[in-house]
Design a protein around this ligand. Sequence first.
Ligand code: A4P
Ligand code: MG
Length: 190
Amino acid sequence: MIAQRVNVLLAFGANLGDRGETIAAAQRGIAESSGIERFEASPLRETIALTPSGPDPHAPRYLNGVARAETSLSPHELLDLLQRIEHEHGRVRDVRWGDRTLDIDLILYGGRVIRDERLTVPHPRAHERDFVLSPWLALDPHAVLMGHGRVDALLAAIGDTTRPLEGASDASEAQEGAHSLDAGESAAHA
Ligand code: A4P
Ligand code: MG
């Protein structure tokens, strides 16, 4: 039996350590995982840290990006995978919205609405975050955020304070445009 595949959107953030290398390694790990197909990552953006008291220009800057993929994993299996990868990259959960080596959020899981003790999907804050909307728009100019509408309009409404990655020609941190990390198999995706 062929498991049904669902389109998902993931968001990545890091503001400690070698941010670009951490995100790239995490994305490779996810792309190569069983149950993940057609993984495609956005370019990364430099962003100002958003803290519980607002944007903090003095906190270490984040790199943020998003990726889309297809998955045969259930939402909770996917969250388990994302949290395992966060853990492998040294993520320690202490202060909410605190500095972190890696944060991976599940923004969309197909058209599903999920609200339980482990998951809220669509992600409840994605629509007000330029560090999610801006890389998403670069990946998909026609993107729509379920429940909130077109991503280009949402981003225009809040304004985009994100910046392209400095030294974007440097291959270690830079990603020129969207890139596919598909692990191999490319079954029928009509
Ligand atoms: N959880 C519920 N729904 C989800 C979901 N859709 N995706 C639960 C992922 N996890 C979800 O997350 C806490 C719990 O949320 C998890 O155990 C999971 O079961 P966490 O990653 O441990 O904590 P957190 O990330 O500190 O909290 P939170 O509220 O998820 O924060 P956000 O919304 O992820 O924001 N500034 C910039 N510039 N860039 C950033 O990426 N990120 C944050 C964190 C703050 N400021 C930022 C950035
Ligand atoms: Mg999180």
